[in-house]
Design a protein around this ligand. Structure first.
Ligand code: ADP
Ligand code: MG
Length: 684
């Protein structure tokens, strides 16, 4: 493994290294695993008559005249015309007058670039030119396209990767031979090279399969080791469900759904059953997972224990804390919740730690700050993570180590089919809330073009007049040269102009200070702000039942699962809610994809339909399972590889549980590095 800094690579100085750092690349190893985001396929030249606008294509033909260079404002525009057997095509370049000498009448070239429609005619802008021989050498190859950052373009990244690959020593294969044979996997070094520079599509798939397998394999080994350590552990802290908890359950402002009651029964049985609970609750957005957590935490508190609720964002932590305080107050419950978040001052934190240590607080609610070493519990018996997809196996384990083997409950809205969930959460029992509260009306959806915006604003205005609130989601925080997409800052300005001044519009994004975000969220929850323009920071868990409109700009930029999460922020109360997805691409296949959301409000259905539409061949589609922290692997499209890895892990560990055999030595080393890294990421 090469942990040298990337400055050791030819051509990379301090300045470039700093740009790479923005992409999370510091070492040569990081760079080798900075996989392409997509690939540019060099397809054979197309006839001019078959070119489609807004695509990248290649054409081959003869120049009909020598190029002209004309001034256009302060720009110099070079134009040429090409003819093939089917038609004529205009070629234009900006500020590249030196091309003129090469572009002579009668010469034959291949041009590759973006096709645009100009004044009703096809043209190609800024194409690259090749001799037919040159292009012949490239045809059908796939060039990597990397995630880029300002000042660090694709060419530089590809060059750096290529140098890194050239300069490295090949690594020893660590997967036992028979696993590779059974699963049809490429050799490791081959895979690493060809994921960056595949000769063709088949080679790419072969390389990718190996790396995907490795991701699953390592992950599943970690899960399995965790499970083995936990299997059948007697609980030192059984939690009986006391009368107070049963009474509280009866006095809730709503009656629980059948599914909630069933799952609660499973949780209660675990808590009081004498073994340590390790349970996952899966339930679609809005299915009412929080109340299950609250009742379980109450049960722990009334048994004289402490419980912790861990959430991915500070905003969500605060919201859970406040609604808990509110509920306990109304029901006259004496359990004492406390909030613990990263943005609290040092003094506030010290005070909170102290109160937790001497058990003046029963229920601790917070972000990952909770798991940091300073928090010492008096008597921790239950740990719950909400929206768990932001937390990995190792976080679960860290928290588990906090008390004397506390019960663990994990809650997730990620729609994973049961067969896959059993594999991925192999260390957990699974409960499913498969029913929404009865008073819910399904969210009404529409997918519209940008020309619909004015209608949408008027609609939002009407809803606000009727006492309700709206979210507007933009993909970006501020304007960028690299990406054309709506941004929160400009959009909120525009919206203030479009809406009457009596409507309070505010914006929220991840780069803001935590205190500021909290304040805004509180104002929104209190109804003082009516329209909240935000990035996806509000995607997870937020609950403001009075909000009835979710308008999503550049909906084409989001994955379906993510859109479903966003939409889940509305439709959480009795009022009819609406989701307006604005498609900024205007492309037919995008519309088709978004239409899936239009047809259904069911997370599982959406995930499976999305899969069908993308097909297993579309390996670079919007990744749904980014939550599970895989770089390449997608639990949906790669379900077969996942199952294969799962079988192999079982086979391996059944035969050699501690990986002590000689033939597994490389694998053991590799695994140790993998596990060590994951702990490092936890900042401990
Ligand atoms: P999620 O499963 O997405 O975390 P929440 O637990 O936040 O959902 O619940 C969404 C909303 O539904 C909350 O306002 C909650 O109080 C309410 N709720 C939960 N259970 C019920 C129920 N059985 N009947 C009516 N409303 C409910
Ligand atoms: Mg929730």
């Amino acid at each position: 493994m090469n942990t040298e800094a990337i400055t050791s690579i030819k051509g990379i100085g301090e300045k470039t290294a700093r740009l790479f750092q923005k992409l999370g690349v510091q070492t040569v190893e990081d760079l080798l695993h900075y996989y392409p985001r997509a690939y540019d396929a060099f397809l054979p030249p197309q006839p001019v008559s078959e070119l489609a606008p807004e695509t990248v294509a290649a054409v081959e033909g003869v120049l009909t005249k020598t190029a002209d260079v004309l001034p256009y404002g302060r720009m110099k525009v070079t134009t040429a015309a090409l003819r093939d057997i089917s038609g004529l095509l205009t070629l234009t370049w900006y500020n590249m007058p030196y091309l003129k000498s090469a572009l002579r009448s009668g010469e034959r070239f291949v041009f590759r670039g973006r096709v645009v429609k100009k004044k009703g005619r096809m043209a190609m802008e800024q194409p690259l030119m090749y001799t037919p021989e040159e292009y012949g050498g490239l045809v059908n190859s796939m060039q990597p396209v990397y995630g880029q950052t300002k000042g660090l373009g694709n060419k530089t990244i590809a060059k750096a990767v290529s140098e890194a690959l050239k300069g490295r020593r090949t690594e020893r294969e660590y997967l036992p031979e028979d696993i590779r044979r059974r699963c049809g996997l490429a050799e490791y070094n081959f895979a690493l090279e060809h994921i960056h520079f595949p000769g063709d599509g088949a080679e790419l798939l072969f390389a990718r399969k190996r790396l995907v397998f490795d991701e699953f394999f390592m992950f599943l080994v970690a899960v399995r080791l965790l499970k083995d350590r936990r299997e059948d552990v007697q609980s030192p802290c059984p939690i009986a469900v006391s009368g107070e908890v049963r009474a509280a359950q009866e006095k809730l402002p709503f009656s629980l759904t059948g599914a909630q009651k069933r799952v609660l029964g499973e949780v209660y049985a675990d808590l009081s059953g004498g073994r340590v609970m390790n349970r996952l609750i899966q339930g679609d957005v809005g299915s009412g997972k929080t109340i299950i957590a609250v009742l379980a935490l109450l049960a722990a508190a009334y048994n004289g224990y402490q419980g912790a609720l861990m959430v991915p964002t500070e905003v969500l932590a605060r919201q859970h804390f406040e609604s808990m305080e509110d509920l306990f107050g109304r029901l006259g419950l004496t359990a004492r919740p406390i909030l613990l978040t990263g943005s609290m001052t040092a003094k506030e934190k010290r005070l909170a730690y102290e109160r937790i240590r001497c058990h003046e607080a029963d229920i601790v609610i917070g972000t990952h700050a909770l798991i940091q070493e300073k928090v010492v519990y008096d008597n921790l018996a239950l740990v719950i993570t909400d929206e768990q997809h932001r937390f990995g196996v190792s976080q679960r384990e860290m928290l588990g180590n906090k008390g004397r083997r506390p019960h663990v409950l994990v809650m997730s809205a990620t729609p994973i089919p049961r067969t896959l969930a059993i594999i991925l959460y192999g260390d957990l029992d699974i409960s499913v809330i498969d029913e929404l509260p009865a008073d819910r009306r399904p969210v009404k959806n529409c997918v519209v073009g940008t020309d619909y915006r004015e209608n949408a604003y008027r609609f939002i205005e009407r809803e606000v007049r009727a006492g309700r609130q709206a979210y507007v989601i933009c993909p970006m925080v501020e304007a960028s040269e690299l990406l054309e997409a709506e941004n929160v800052l400009d959009y909120s300005k525009t919206l203030r102009e479009k809406l009457p001044s009596s409507i309070q519009v505010a914006y929220l994004h991840g780069k803001m200070k935590a205190q500021e975000k909290n304040r805004l969220m509180e104002q929104f929850a209190a109804g003082e702000i009516q329209v909240l323009v935000s990035t996806t920071v509000i995607e997870v868990g937020i609950n403001v039942p009075n909000a009835t409109v979710m308008m999503i700009e550049n909906a084409e930029r989001f994955g379906l699962a993510q859109l479903h999460q966003l939409r889940g922020r509305v439709g959480r109360g009795k009022e009819q809610s609406y989701c307006i997805m604005v498609d900024g691409s205007g492309q037919a296949d995008t519309r088709e994809r978004l239409a899936i959301l239009n047809r259904s409000n069911d997370g599982f259905f959406i995930a499976s339909e999305d899969l069908k539409l993308r097909g297993p061949g579309d390996i670079f589609g919007v990744r749904q399972s980014g939550e599970l922290n895989f770089k390449l692997a997608d639990i949906f499209t790669d379900a077969e590889i996942l199952k294969c890895a799962s079988r192999e892990v079982k086979r391996l560990l059944d035969a050699d549980p501690l990986l002590e055999e000689e033939e597994n030595r490389e694998l053991k080393n590799r695994l140790d590095v993998y596990l060590a890294r994951r702990y490092e990421k936890l900042n401990l």
